[in-house]
Ligand binder design. Structure first.
Ligand SMILES: C[S@@+](CC[C@H](N)C(=O)[O-])C[C@H]1O[C@@H](n2cnc3c(N)ncnc32)[C@H](O)[C@@H]1O
Length: 228
C-alpha cells in the first residue's frame, strides 16, 4: 500500500503542470482546515521534544503553520527553482511543502543540526529529490559540493539567528551570500529581526512581511542576491 507521506518519486501534480497561486491557496486551505492526523500529532510531539532538548537552537515549541509554509513557497519561488537549500527543516513540515511545490528535476538539500530531527527526516520523507545533511548551516558550501549540487536558486531558513553566537551567525550569512546564485533568493522566517544584522551587509535591504497566522507570529525577510 503506497504511503502518501513517503513519496519515492515527485508528485504527479508537480509533474503535470506548474504550480500557481490558486493551487497553493487550495492546498493551504485544505491543510489548514484538516485537523492534525497521526503524523501531525507525531510531528508536534517530536518538535516539542526537540525544543526540550535545545530550546535556543530550535527556537519554537510548534512547527510552522501551513500559511507560513505557503508564504515561504511563494517568496522563495520554489516552483521555479532547480536547487533549493533548507536550513533547519526540524520535523519536516516546511520540507514537505517545498517538495510538493518543486518540479521533478529539482533538488532540495535540507541541513539540520539536531541529529534526531535529521534522522527522522531521512526516515519519513523518502523522495529522490531530497538530500538530508546533519550538521551546521555554516557548512552549506561544503555540503553542496559533496552532493555536486548547483548554486541554489533559493535558500530558506528557520534557524534562530537571534539566539546564536555572533561568529556563527556571521559565518552562516557569509556562506549564504557566497553560495546563492546571482539573482537567487534568501528567505528567513524569524521571531526576532537579528537575521537582518547578519545578512543585510551582504545582500542589501530585504522585503519584510509579518505572517500573523502562525504561533508565534513570524517575521519573514526576503533578499534577492544582486545579479552582477
Ligand atoms: C524553528 S525550527 C524550524 C523547523 C521547521 N522548519 C518548521 O518551520 O516547522 C529551527 C530548526 O533549526 C535547526 N537549527 C538550529 N541551528 C542550526 C544550524 N546552525 N544549522 C542547521 N540547523 C539548525 C534546529 O535544530 C531546528 O530544527
Amino acid at each position: 500500500m503506497p504511503d502518501a507521506r513517503k513519496p519515492d518519486r515527485p508528485h504527479a501534480s508537480a509533474a503535470a503542470h506548474p504550480i500557481d497561486d490558486d493551487d497553493l491557496d487550495g492546498l493551504a486551505a485544505r491543510r489548514d482546515a484538516t485537523p492534525a492526523g497521526p503524523s501531525g500529532l507525531g510531528d508536534r510531539l517530536a518538535f516539542l521534544l526537540g525544543f526540550v532538548r535545545d530550546p535556543a537552537g530550535v527556537g519554537s515549541v510548534v512547527p510552522s503553520s501551513h500559511r507560513l509554509e505557503r508564504r515561504l513557497v511563494r517568496n522563495a519561488r520554489i516552483a521555479e527553482a532547480r536547487t533549493v537549500v533548507e536550513l533547519g527543516p526540524g520535523t519536516g513540515g516546511t520540507t514537505r511543502a517545498f517538495l510538493d511545490a518543486m518540479s521533478p528535476q529539482s533538488r532540495l538539500l535540507a541541513i539540520e543540526l539536531d541529529p534526531v530531527f535529521a534522522g527522522r527526516l531521512g526516515d519519513q520523507l523518502r523522495d529522490r529529490r531530497l538530500h538530508v545533511e546533519c550538521g551546521s548551516a555554516e557548512r552549506i558550501g561544503e555540503m553542496l559540493a559533496a552532493r555536486r549540487l548547483s548554486a541554489p536558486d533559493a535558500i530558506v531558513s528557520g534557524i534562530p539567528f537571534s539566539t546564536m553566537p555572533q561568529d556563527v551567525g556571521e559565518r552562516i550569512a557569509a556562506q549564504i551570500a557566497q553560495v546563492l546564485r546571482p539573482g537567487g533568493v534568501f528567505v528567513a522566517y524569524q521571531v526576532r529581526p537579528r537575521v537582518a544584522d547578519f545578512t543585510s551587509p551582504h545582500l542589501g535591504t530585504p522585503k519584510f512581511e509579518w505572517e500573523l497566522w502562525n504561533v508565534p507570529p513570524m517575521r519573514v525577510f526576503t533578499w534577492v542576491k544582486p545579479a552582477a
